[in-house]
Design a binder for this molecule. Structure first.
Ligand code: SF4
Length: 279
């Protein structure tokens, strides 16, 4: 029997063997990239590759192999190799940026903060495999956007209808704190996301102040009309943005679904459901 190299581990659902981080195009469920997907290695290259993506599938592929922020690349790969949580030590870690997930022609765009080190950075799907994901996908299911209430693995069959999830920053940051420079660099992926989905978009849900600020900053860079003074983030806050084509998109804010908020009762299921009902 052939021996299995030490650095390969079985995917917890499919059982296929993967290295950590997962090389593009090696069969990971939902991997949008292949070995020929172009890799951004600087802020300027993010801008060029984002603007050149013709649809969200191409955009997701390019995001998922990005290496433009040295600190975040080092962190996500360190977690994926030597820093795996003990409970997941027998699993391969995605160790790459979290690509957008969901309906490629959404009515609703959810903008989160950034992947979690042992969540998206492990599973390869936004908000998947951690407590934050338990909250947002259960709420999306209750509101009719998700095919099932849980998201545990990129191989679990979950589909979103009418909703797409992206983040202000696509790589897991140390301490959940991306730097202003990292936010600016990664914001260029968000700009293109917004631009591509804008024609059918009805509303955006910003999870937390960073998601709110990122959505407003992207809208401004794209030439959308944004109210003045600048709308302030709050749970239930709302602002109406207008695209250059004259199409209105409502931005709603919710406290982030992080454990800090859900464990303490700062954000309840009812509060989240009430905001989702307004999307
Ligand atoms: S944070 Fe964004 S821009 Fe920076 S490396 Fe990750 S995907 Fe690329």
């Amino acid at each position: 029997m052939a021996s299995v190299p030490d650095d390969l581990r079985p995917h917890p659902v499919t059982g296929e063997l993967f290295a950590s981080p997962v090389p593009p195009g090696t069969g990971w469920p939902g991997d949008p990239a292949d070995p020929a997907t172009p890799v951004a290695r600087s802020a300027a290259e993010v801008g060029r590759l984002a603007r050149g993506a013709d649809d969200v599938a191409e955009l997701d592929a390019r995001v998922s192999v990005c290496r433009a922020c040295p600190r975040l690349v080092a962190w996500r790969e360190a977690v994926a190799t030597t820093g795996r949580r003990a409970a997941f030590a027998d699993q391969p870690y995605w160790g790459r940026p979290g690509p957008g997930f969901g309906d490629p022609r959404p009515r609703v765009l959810v903008v989160g903060l950034a992947p979690a080190a042992n969540g998206t950075n492990r599973t390869g799907r936004m908000f998947t495999g951690d407590r934050s994901g338990d909250w947002i996908y259960a709420a999306l299911y209750r509101a009719g956007y998700a095919s099932q209430p849980t998201s545990t693995s990129a191989a679990d069959g979950l589909e979103l209808r009418g909703a797409r999830i992206v983040a202000a920053v696509r790589c897991a940051p140390p301490g959940n704190k991306p730097t202003p420079e990292e936010r600016a660099t990664c914001g260029q992926w968000l700009d293109r996301d917004l631009e591509l989905v804008a024609p059918g978009l009805r509303s955006m849900l910003a999870l937390g102040a960073i998601g709110w600020d990122a959505a407003l900053a992207s809208a401004r860079r794209l030439g959308w009309a944004v109210p003045r003074p600048r709308p302030r983030f709050g749970h239930g806050a709302e602002a109406v943005l207008v695209t250059p084509a004259g199409h209105e998109v409502r931005l709603l804010g919710s406290y982030h679904v992080s454990q800090q908020n859900t464990f303490t009762g700062k954000l309840t299921e009812k509060m989240l459901d009430e905001v989702l009902a307004r999307l």
